[in-house]
Design a protein around this ligand. Structure first.
Ligand code: FE2
Length: 280
């Protein structure tokens, strides 16, 4: 086994998004447009007291949006009549395909007052899949396998497979591995990954360490992981929690305009025309 080491650390940039929301953006921040097949990585945090803040109606075409809730709840509703609430620990894998117009708004649960916090990742679709029909996979927290490593260390399998435990998310061409990893101080984990797949971690609490030099990745930093077929991580001095993503690269040209990601400028013009004409 060859251990992957960190090739680059990217601290998140606070970025205004939607209506009254600040997201912590790494992929798709200035100077770092994408990490094939990942097009964007946002950590969103919305105060339960922020009035009307959220992501009102907006379109997507040509990729997938993956929302994983850390706390609080989001309500989604689209122009095809699909609607629902994603609660803490749940994931929604939305294949926007040829087009979705939807809103993603905090669901106030007044009594608890938790921040509405989660991760949103944009995952590219290959040319042959960009215009497929929109499709949702909503996976409740209880359906996501949790692997206990020790008393205080665990892994949740959001997509893909770890240690024989398989996520219900299925049919995604890039064969994603998406884990939520919590490690107590000094405890470690080895995650097998496909050698030629892209891979990164993003730390959501504390810090994790990687490599023989035990390079520390602090909270709100993304670490791109070099070549190899295994990722070894260790909990920092006060422990740490991160998401780990790995997937096959698509290796096609990217033409991008806001919420439309296609292969050519011409396809972007068509997307804008289709959206303006109400054809989504
Ligand atoms: Fe969206």
């Amino acid at each position: 086994m060859t251990n992957r080491i960190i090739s680059k650390l990217v601290p998140a940039t606070p970025t205004p998004e939607g209506k009254g929301v600040t997201v912590y953006r790494t992929i798709a921040s200035p100077g770092f447009s994408h990490l094939d097949p990942f097009l964007l990585l946002d950590e969103f945090v919305i105060s339960p007291h922020a009035k009307d803040a959220g992501f009102p109606d907006h379109p997507h075409r040509g990729f997938e949006t993956v929302t994983y809730m850390l706390s609080g709840q989001m309500r989604h509703a689209d122009n095809a009549g699909n609607a629902g609430v994603i609660g803490p620990g749940a994931v929604q894998w939305m294949t926007a395909g040829r087009g979705v117009v939807h809103s993603e708004m905090p669901e106030s649960d007044g009594d608890k007052g938790d921040d509405i916090r989660g991760m949103q990742i944009w995952v590219n679709l290959a040319a042959r899949e960009k215009m497929k029909a929109p499709y949702y996979q909503d996976i409740d927290s209880a359906e996501i396998p949790t692997v206990k490593l020790s008393e205080h260390s665990w892994v949740r399998v959001i997509a893909g497979e770890f240690d024989g435990h398989k996520s219900p998310v299925s049919g995604i061409a890039i064969r994603p591995l998406y884990l939520d990893i919590n490690l107590a101080a000094g405890e470690s984990i080895q995650v097998p990954v496909v050698a030629d797949h892209q891979a990164f971690i993003y730390v959501i609490e504390g810090a994790l360490e990687n490599g023989a030099a035990q390079t520390s990745v602090p909270m709100r930093n993304l670490a791109i992981l070099d070549d190899g077929d295994q990722i070894k991580l260790r909990g920092g001095d006060n422990g740490g929690r991160a998401i780990l993503l790995s997937a096959a690269k698509i290796d096609e040209p990217i033409a991008r305009y806001g919420p439309f990601v296609m292969n050519t400028r011409e396809e972007i013009s068509i997307a804008i025309d289709d959206y303006n004409a109400g054809r989504f």
